[in-house]
Design a protein around this ligand. Sequence first.
Ligand code: AMP
Length: 118
Amino acid sequence: MSEDTLFSKIIRKEIPSDMVYQDELVTAFRDITPKAPTHILIVPNKVIPTVDDVTEEDELTLGRLFTVAAKLARQEGISEDGYRLVVNCRDFGGQEVYHLHMHLIGGARLGHIPSVNK
Ligand code: AMP
């Protein structure tokens, strides 16, 4: 599996980012085009291209995405008001970077989840 995604380069610090968290399983950095006052991407260090590529071996890593999301949301001061976690999958899901990632979005009231794009 290729380790050469845009996010792998950010994880290895080969290209700059506003990194807010890193451990042995996941890395988190601020989205370069934030859609809300808080917009952080939480990414497995290992390349999993899409949700469709997830296996049982990934369960610890994928669980870590949630515990880190909750920790970062508290750090950002958005826990009590609430926030949204999003994982896009492939073309119809709006995925642009084929290295699975969770969006942590908050700091403002968010719109409804969009329905079918006609
Ligand atoms: P997705 O559409 O779910 O694949 O989300 C990809 C996200 O990556 C988008 O929200 C982009 O704004 C974000 N992004 C792209 N390049 C960078 C970068 N160099 N640093 C931080 N975020 C990025």
